[in-house]
Design a protein around this ligand. Structure first.
Ligand code: GLU
Length: 323
């Protein structure tokens, strides 16, 4: 997405300024994918989510984003719930006790009926079509054309082919041309194309619902009106705005994309960085407040790591300037 005039970092003073623009009493969400263990990057996101919700009388939904059946594992989910409990991060909806007790509307692998119903609406409206393009089809098109496929459609022209679908075939939704804009609460006005790399894949060839589709259906059914997530997901926003509208969402949620925490040298942290895993810090004897304080400093919300109690998260956003 391209930025408008107002861009901002995650510094304490800047973040304090966004409070004035933040909706009061909003419902936001913490939405990890159980493809690994919780790491400091997740904790930084959780600090934004819980801190801003607590500072503005909002609610936090915990959503388990296990749409990718190949990569997600139930033991990672259990570990994630354990780590959240240990950190004292308590969701208002999708509580860890509820998620532990069985199927839940806050777990994507339990949401097939909601996704199928949304897809049906898109089919009825003529937006959905079966597609047998694979990564190799996109690569072959890029090689032949000398540039990557961009814009609506797909290299195989599948919408016009009216394929039957079924095993081995994905489903795309034609989101159309043009651009979508959002006034990000931290970054200011942003604009981008909803169909940057072809029409949106909503179900892949293995029958898995995609992140982009599940998240829009879920944000609507969970009443999410404030999305707080890292800036690595900026490009996901234009298709999500357009898809929300096609699915009949009257108004989009507000968005806040916060900075990511970095390793020395500027590389993005990932779950592969075992040393930043909450589990590992926990078994090395760290207290929850030390982990929260470390993540708050790493994301620029505090000048240096100092223990931070879970009940103090709101103070990061509406308290006095940090010393
Ligand atoms: N599940 C996504 C992730 O773990 C976050 C999705 C979102 O916030 O939209 O990166």
């Amino acid at each position: 997405m391209t930025a408008g005039p107002r861009t901002a970092s995650g510094s304490g003073a800047t973040v304090r300024a966004i409070l004035e623009r933040l909706p009061r009493g909003a419902t936001t969400r913490f939405a990890p994918a159980p493809t690994g263990h919780l790491h400091l990057g997740h904790v930084a996101n959780a600090i934004y989510v819980w801190g801003l919700a607590r500072a503005t009388g909002g609610r936090v939904v915990l959503r388990i984003e296990d749409h990718d059946r190949g990569r997600c594992r139930p033991d990672y989910e259990t570990a994630l719930l354990d780590d959240l409990d240990w950190l004292g991060l308590r969701p208002d909806l999708g509580t860890t006790a509820e998620l532990r007790s069985g199927p839940s509307p806050y777990r994507q692998s339990d949401g097939a009926a909601a996704y199928a119903a949304a897809l049906e609406r898109l089919r009825d409206a003529g937006f959905a079509y079966a597609c047998d393009c694979s990564r190799a089809t996109f690569a072959a098109s890029a090689a032949a054309e000398g540039r990557r496929w961009s814009g609506p459609g797909c290299p195989g022209g599948c919408r016009a082919r009216r394929l039957d679908g079924g095993i081995g075939t994905g489903i795309r939704v034609a989101l159309g041309e043009g651009e979508e804009s959002v006034d990000d609460l931290l970054l200011g006005p942003l604009t981008g194309a909803p169909s940057r790399d072809g029409d949106l894949l909503v179900r892949d060839r293995h029958g898995d619902w995609t992140y982009a589709f599940a998240v829009v259906v879920d944000d609507a059914r969970h009443g999410i009106d404030l999305v707080i997530r890292g800036q690595d997901l900026l490009e996901a926003t234009p298709p999500q705005l357009r898809l929300g509208r096609l699915l009949g969402r009257p108004a989009p949620p507000a968005f806040l994309h916060h900075p990511l925490i970095s390793k020395p040298g500027g590389a993005k942290l990932s779950k592969a960085d075992g040393d930043t895993g909450v589990r590992d810090l926990r078994s090395a004897g760290w207290a929850p407040a030390r982990v929260l304080g470390e993540a708050a400093a790493a994301v620029g919300l505090r000048p240096e790591p100092r223990p931070l109690d879970v009940d103090e998260l709101a103070v990061l956003f509406d308290g006095p300037e940090p010393g």
